[in-house]
Design a protein around this ligand. Sequence first.
Ligand code: FDA
Length: 583
Amino acid sequence: MTDVVETDVLIVGSGPAGSAAAMLLSTYGVPNIMVTKYSRLADTPRAHITNQRTMEVLRDAGLEEQVVALATPQHLMGQTPFVSALNGEELGRLHTWYTHPARQADHDLASPTAMCDMPQHLMEPVLAGAATARGTHLRYDTEYLSLTQDDDGVTATVRDRLRGDEYRIRAKYLIGADGGRSRVAEDIGLPMVGRMGVAGSINIVFEADLTRYVAHRPSTLYWVLQTGADVGGIGMGLVRCVRPWHEWLIVWGYDIDGEPPDLTEAYARHIAHQLIGDDSVPVTIKSSSAWTVNHLYAERYQQGRVFCAGDAVHRHPPSNGLGSNTSIQDAYNLAWKLKLVLSGAAGPGLLESYSAERAPVGAQIVERANRSIGETGRIFQALGLLSTEDPEQMRANMDARKLPGDGPEKQRQLLREAIAFKDYEFNTHGVELDQRYRSAAVVPDGTQPPANPRDEELFHHPTTWPGAKVPHAWLGHGAERISTLDLGGHGRFMLLTGIGGEAWVAAAATLATALGVPLSAATIGPGAGYEDLYGDWARLREVGDTGCVLLRPDNYVAFRSPGLPADPEQVLGAALHRVLGRD
Ligand code: FDA
């Protein structure tokens, strides 16, 4: 018997990044093993906001319906109030997660999917379940200890925590998806920027029927602002809905420079009752845990044959709900590249584009999430809470806004503006959808990314600029309505053209065979199989009828041509050679 187990890809960690990577690799037919230190998947809700880009990954993988069936839908997510307690005074309210009627249109136009609230302890079983059903070997109680790599592969030493013995797993590639204390990232020496432990937080998961305090303003988040509370005299607590309206998660701060609080059940119940504002509500505490707000990202995600994904390379607070979304999208970027390199269709250079494309995204979201925390200070300022530490004075300052006169009118205006400014935490469609890639796996066409006519963080701007995700447009296909995103994906390249672009289709067929690359083509136009029923695709595609848009398996635009060149096969072949790293 040998003590070395062999596979193509070893994944360390079964969180959103690891489970998504395993699920996608198995979907693409790549043999893989996923190990996780613990005997279970996530046992607390943690991440929950699931944005449209993540839903598109799940749709491509055939898991969208399963997630929609388990998740809280968007229409119950967005009446987000700022209150003194759930039964207390309401200071203001914000339409979040694109539930404002004007933003709902932006949301619906951008994607065939809808965002939702899918708690992490429900998401991980969907991802890991599909992974194992499609071929992943999942090993619980298996701890990654160390790795060595050579020209042909990676050898990892792991410990079976049940039996206590160690064995080795030999893989062609390894993905370190081992979270915010990533040993893999440390072992391969990824350069990190920023710091851990910026602030202290406590999570309290509990059951309580809060219907009477929340059902009239359905929201995923209820912000509770309490004077005289633990940290700096102001407490900004978050009561987050896990299951409407009886399961909850409170996020509450503690002073990271002091002793961490003793997380007894009595303490947790006290905080829950304090934020609800009604001690008579029966509360069942399920768990409490302390964690820290981090501000750290890796400048590079790869070292040789080892890649890191998820919190291993971007660590930040939950603001903007970007953590597990970005983790799943990291996996989506990497999985098809590993598939094509392992199958010989692409050169190993393709894998370098993973870091080039995803590291800037990681840096951006870490900065965005941390900035959002600071911006909450505007609300404190508007309420007059930063000029004193005396709770009585704070309450008086807050109450001043109820008075007539110029001063209070100004205060009311500042509060309205401060709450509206939280759009940059809760309605950042551009941050979520407009991640643009610049790498060798994209063929620039000499144009600059088109300027977003609106605020680029708040608003999505669809474009076929190479390096952007293909714009969503509904098309008619027989009696069916399908999205441009549905034409792409499925682990293959897809070329989209229009009437008069048939030579692109012929070129794609020839090149698919010649290069051994999964590549299909579709003509969109009257009588061509895919009808641009609403004219949306013609408005969005930024190329002519005889032009083409080449999509990578992750639906990002690899290459586009405004029209038909003299030799489309040569032009398309050159683009594919470049993207696949076969030059
Ligand atoms: P994650 O930490 O989930 O998983 C790491 C995995 O590695 C685990 O399976 C662990 O067992 C394994 N592991 C670690 N060391 C190992 C070793 N040596 N050997 C083997 N296995 C090992 N995000 C978001 O998108 N939207 C949101 O709304 C929120 N909200 C939110 C709220 C709160 C309170 C928190 C604390 C966090 C969030 N997040 C979030 C963030 C989100 O939870 C986080 O970004 C993801 O869990 C990261 O997923 P990963 O898979 O990278 O790591």
